[in-house]
Design a protein around this ligand. Structure first.
Ligand SMILES: C=C1C[C@]23C[C@@]1(O)CC[C@H]2[C@@]12CCC[C@@](C)(C(=O)O1)[C@H]2[C@@H]3C(=O)O
Ligand SMILES: O=C(O)CCC(=O)C(=O)O
Ligand SMILES: [Fe+2]
Length: 365
């Protein structure tokens, strides 16, 4: 099993044809992009009675509020998070300048079949027979080589902005992590691997969803959970992100000026022994507006096996998952997609019912 995240996909190279259509110039939805049932299971605007929690991080009860949101939703938005608005503008501009390059230029930085970083289709594309109305760029480590290929004359601006953004996101992620775990009574002493600063790993994912002639039949990013501990997501002013809520269907996470969306990922699901369920989410597209989002996928240090925190385990709450490193989990997910969480599961709940939070058998496509 790979110990480095950059080696996670070596065992299962993914041969996607990134030479897809230039989506910006398409007038009619090609059949390859027409998904069935995009509108199924909507929450229905008139029926919405609840919405994704919005938490002010300067609230003295922030930890409790964050804990409650993680338990009951697996997703929340944060305001007063300390990330300067100008940096959010800068990362959006960096994304725009990348995705507005000619297709041939972007393909120079195409993600290789066994690689983590680069330009291309969503990694989960191979599990679907339709294509997503989407293009993405993943940064893992330094983006320098790819930036040089994209902008041979002028690559430093992109690198400077992404570096600054990752630095700020890392600080926010650490703060959020201890608000989340703190709400469960877990301290740094309970996680012997979490003490040393700067060891946590992260991937930065720039997502682009061009305006689409038939948004009701197209899919931006198909339903999935993130593999991370959690993800911090910046979305521009164009709506599109939806989360799946039991009994309520798909609920839109509205873009709020300056707010960031926090998604619980599969590794936090495992670490919390299922107390904080990872959230199934997807992105839809817009008829007239280009949507852009930037996801900071925050994970544990390479090589650290993640398993349920001992404090959350006792005779009535047995450990539900076996230890797994991020790279091992990414490898399992690359092979088995939505079955990955149940594949690292140790035992079934006592009542014999399948845990809905395992997403096993839940249609996420
Ligand atoms: C570290 C990673 C998580 C991710 C795969 C990746 O190698 C980098 C991109 C991430 C992303 C972003 C869009 C959704 C997702 C499922 C995908 O296809 O690529 C996630 C992957 C994940 O969280 O498993
Ligand atoms: O674009 C969005 O709102 C969702 C992106 C996403 O789910 C991801 O990058 O993992
Ligand atoms: Fe996601």
């Amino acid at each position: 099993m790979p110990s480095r995240i950059s080696d996670a996909f070596k065992a299962h190279p993914l041969h996607l044809n990134h030479r897809h259509l230039d989506l910006n110039s398409v007038q009619e939805l090609p059949d390859l992009y027409a998904w069935a049932g995009v509108d199924e299971n909507p929450s229905g605007d008139s029926l919405i009675t609840e919405s994704v929690p919005v938490i002010d991080l300067t609230d003295p009860n922030a930890s409790e509020l964050v804990g409650h949101a993680c338990k009951s939703w697996g997703v929340f938005q944060v305001t007063n998070h300390g990330i300067p608005g100008s940096l959010l503008d800068d990362i959006e501009s960096a994304g725009r300048s990348l995705f507005s390059l000619p297709a041939q230029q972007k393909l120079k930085a195409a993600r290789s079949p066994d690689g983590v970083a680069g330009y291309g289709l969503a990694r989960i594309s191979s599990f679907f027979n339709k294509l997503m109305w989407y293009e993405g760029f993943t940064i893992f480590g330094s983006p320098l080589e790819h930036a040089r290929q994209l902008w041979p004359q002028d690559y430093t601006k992109f690198c400077d902005v992404t570096e600054e953004f990752e630095k700020e996101m890392n600080q926010l992620a650490e703060r959020l992590m201890w608000l989340m775990l703190g709400s469960l009574g877990i301290t740094k002493e309970d996680l012997n691997w979490a003490g040393s600063k700067g060891d946590f790993k992260a991937a930065l994912q720039l997502n682009s969803y061009p305006a689409c002639p038939e948004p009701d039949r197209a899919m931006g990013l198909a339903a999935h959970t993130d593999s991370s501990l959690f993800t911090i997501l910046y979305q521009n002013t164009v709506s599109g992100l939806q989360v799946q809520r039991e009994g309520a269907g798909w609920i839109t996470v509205p873009p709020l000026p300056g707010a960031l969306v926090i998604n619980v990922g599969d590794l936090l699901h495992i670490l919390s022994n299922g107390v904080f369920p990872s959230v199934v989410h997807r992105a839809l597209v817009n008829r007239t507006k280009h949507r852009l989002s930037v996801a900071y996928l925050y994970g544990p240090p390479a090589g650290v096996p993640i398993s349920p925190v001992p404090k959350l385990v006792d005779s009535t709450h047995p450990p539900l998952y076996r230890p797994v490193t991020w790279s091992e989990y990414l490898c399992t997910k690359a092979k088995h997609f939505d079955k990955a969480l149940s594949l690292v599961r140790l035992c079934m709940p006592r009542n014999g019912f399948i845990d809905v939070n395992d997403h096993n058998g839940v249609k996420v496509g």
